[in-house]
Design a protein around this ligand. Sequence first.
Ligand code: NDP
Length: 268
Amino acid sequence: MSNKIKLGVIGDPIDHSLSPLIHAQFGEAAGLEIDYKAFHVIEKDLDSFIESFFSDGGYGLNVTLPHKLNCLHSADILSSEVELLGAANTLSKNSNNQIIASSTDGIGLIRDCSDKNIEISNKRVLILGAGGASQSIIPAIARMKPTKLMVDNRSPNKIEQLLKKFSSLGLQNFRHSNEPIDIVINATSATLSGSFDWNIENQLNEKTLFYDLSYGKASAKFFSWAGQFSKNRFDGTGMLIAQAAFSFQLWFDMFPDISNIKLSNTDE
Ligand code: NDP
C-alpha cells in the first residue's frame, strides 16, 4: 500500500479539474509525498464516498460542483465562513477524527486581488451572477469595505434571495443604482453558453476594472465585451491557484509558493 498522503477533489463532472495538477506542484515544492486524485462522485454516493475516503486514511478533500452544499451533511464542524455561506470547498480531518468543512474561494479571490494590486476598499463593486461562485465571494469582498457592493443577475428573483441571505453585509441590488462602477466581477457561467453582454455600458468607463472568475479560453467572450470599455481585465486563474493554496494550508499548515504554478491545461 502507498504511504503517500491521500488527497483529492470530488465533483460531477470532474474530468477538467486542474486541482490535481496544482496540488501536485504544491506537494513537490513542499517535499511532501502526496497522491491527489480527481474522483467522479455522483450525488447519491456523496455521503458514503466522503465517509469511506476519510475512514480509509484520506487526509483532505476539495469539493466542487454540484456538491459544495450537500457535502456539509458529512461534516462535524463548519468554519464560520461556511456557516455564513452554507457551502464548502475543502474538507479536512482533525485529531479527533472529526471532519471540518471550510471555504477558500473568497480568500482566494482576495489574495489574487492583493497580488495584482487590485484595491477593493472604497470602490464601487458590482458582482454579476447569483450562483454558488457569486455567493462564495460576497462575504470576503464585503470584509474589504468597498464603498458599495452590488449584485446583478439574469434572474431577478435570485438577487432578492442573495440580499436576504447577506442582509448583514450591506449587499445592494444593482438595478437601483446609476453610479459609475469601479470593479465588475463576472461570476456567471454565461460565457459557456454564448457571447457575453450586460446592459450596463453607461456606468462603465476606461478606469473600470474587470475580473472574470472563469479562466483560460472561457474568459475570451467576457474579455472581448469588457475590452470595449477598458484595458484593465483579469481572469480567474490566480483565484483558482490561490483558493487551492489556502486548502493546502488548511491541510498542512503551510502556504505554498504560488508564484510559478504551471497550468498546462488552462486553455482546455
Ligand atoms: P452556478 O451554476 O451556480 O451559477 C451560474 C450563474 O451564471 C447564475 O447566476 C446564472 O444566472 C448565470 N448565467 C448562466 N448563464 C447565463 C447567461 N447566458 N446569461 C446571464 N447569466 C447567466 O455557477 P457558479 O456560480 O458555480 O460558477 C460561475 C462561474 O465561476 C463558472 O464559470 C466557474 O468556472 C467560475 N468559478 C471560478 C472559480 C475560480 O477559482 N476562479 C471558483 C468557482 C467558480 P441565473 O440565476 O439567471 O440562471
